[in-house]
Design a protein around this ligand. Structure first.
Ligand code: NAD
Ligand code: MG
Length: 396
């Protein structure tokens, strides 16, 4: 097998570091071609020393200059770039075989879209891409012959549980339902009256997964599951009513597909993101991901229950915007990014996240998702309105 050149967008994050662990375990199969991060200079430098990529990217020119100097002093011939243009270029160069899309939030949209337009193998963790611009992105994948592999554990499980030719239509494949599992986050059983007091530290302490701060907060509000409903809709062309969220606190069954004959196919495993990452990297082969084998006797039981839409308002908002269509989901995504950032900076109470999301959706009408420009304009406007509402405390 030829060594695959991999561009890692978001290499210093939780998914990025797990991706590099797979590369480390299989140096005969994968080479880090470009390592791209926001501002963690020291961490990126360490990664450059170990993985010796052709390119490294940081967000701004000063940081990039400092990294370049350190690489030079260390005798590395890594070329250092900065900014979105560099991310776009390094996701589409002819030498690149695959792109791990693991930037968090809307910032990942342009480079991930560029990878799809360049017909790359796109390993998608950055679910916000599909939430913002699902139609455009899926169209780019089809038109440019890109290979799209879901890394989000639930969607990876669904992908593994569907027939290879699912693109001909779920109904045609005999699919009746998709069970999208959710751990329920750290506040599944917390009394509603205590949720107003929740701190960023408590919200980021997920019971089963260690993740970046934004997705951790999204898991606590169940916005994450809402974003994943939208993600599943686009990945598998599944109508909203076919996607059923199931609370499963052990996070062992990563999702499942129910067929018309009564069969349910699921993918199970320990909650370790290296499994879906390795699956996507090696597809259609399988490689060792360094993940501990699942011990069914230790797990002993699996529990399932229905989600509480009243408690987790964000989950309902996601179904609503999916039914509305157009830029509604881009507006929700942008409002939520602003709300989560404000919550992490202690500018917004935990329950204010859902309130702000709802208020922004009410204030802004959705338009058609015609072009990338339409999506970015809706995103910018929603951020502006959300910021203003926070400053004026107008959301509740
Ligand atoms: P994280 O916060 O740990 O890492 C984010 C990465 O993106 C960092 O490397 C950061 O430097 C980079 N980044 C952020 N803004 C950037 C910008 N403007 N330009 C360039 N780089 C930028 O996040 P994470 O937990 O690794 O999640 C990444 C994505 O994967 C998210 O979309 C998340 O929803 C998704 N995801 C994560 C997990 C998980 O277990 N962590 C599981 C499923 C899906
Ligand atoms: Mg997930």
């Amino acid at each position: 097998m030829k060594v695959q050149n991999v561009t890692v967008l978001g290499c210093t994050g939780s998914i990025g570091v797990s991706t590099l662990d797979i590369i480390r375990r299989h140096p005969d199969c994968y080479q880090a071609f470009a390592l791209c991060a926001h501002s963690q200079l020291d961490k990126l430098f360490e990664q450059c020393l170990e993985f010796r990529p052709r390119f490294a990217v940081l967000r701004d020119v000063q940081l990039a200059g400092r990294l370049a100097e350190r690489c030079r002093q260390a005798g590395l011939d890594t070329e250092v770039r900065h900014g979105v243009e560099a991310l776009v270029e390094l996701s589409s160069l002819p030498e690149v075989d695959s792109v791990m899309a693991a930037i968090v939030g809307a910032a990942g949209l342009e480079p991930t879209l560029a990878a799809a337009r360049a017909g790359k193998k796109v390993m998608l963790a950055n679910k916000e891409v599909l939430v913002m611009a699902g139609e455009l992105f899926m169209q780019a994948v089809r038109e440019h012959g890109a290979t799209l592999l879901p890394v989000d554990s639930e969607h990876n499980a669904i992908f593994q549980s569907l027939p290879a030719d699912f693109a001909r239509g779920l109904a045609a494949c005999g699919v009746r339902k998709i069970f999208l599992t959710a751990s329920g986050g750290p506040f599944r059983n917390t009394p509603l009256s205590e949720l107003c007091e929740v701190t960023p530290e408590a919200a980021c302490a997920h019971p089963n997964w260690v993740m970046g701060r934004k997705i951790s907060v999204d898991s606590a509000t169940m916005m994450n599951k809402g974003l994943e409903v939208i993600e599943a809709h686009w990945l598998f062309a599944a109508p909203p009513e076919m996607i059923q969220v199931v609370v499963h606190p052990q996070s062992v069954m990563h999702s499942a597909v129910q067929y018309v004959d009564g069969s349910v196919l699921a993918q199970l495993g320990n909650p370790d993101m290296r499994t879906p990452i390795a699956y996507a990297m090696a597809y259609p082969e399988r490689i060792d991901a360094g993940v501990e084998s699942l011990d069914l006797f230790k797990i002993a039981r699996l529990d399932f229950s229905a989600p509480d839409f009243a408690r987790f308002r964000c989950l309902q908002l996601a179904y609503d915007v999916l039914c509305e269509g157009g830029t509604a989901s881009a507006i929700l995504n942008a409002a939520n990014e602003v709300a989560v950032a404000a919550f992490l900076e202690r500018q917004l109470p935990f329950l204010g996240i859902a309130q702000l999301n709802e208020a922004v959706l009410t204030a802004l009408p959705a338009g058609p998702e015609g072009s990338l420009g339409d999506v970015l304009a809706a995103d910018a406007e929603a951020r502006r309105v959300a910021g203003q509402m926070i400053r004026e405390r107008r959301f509740a």
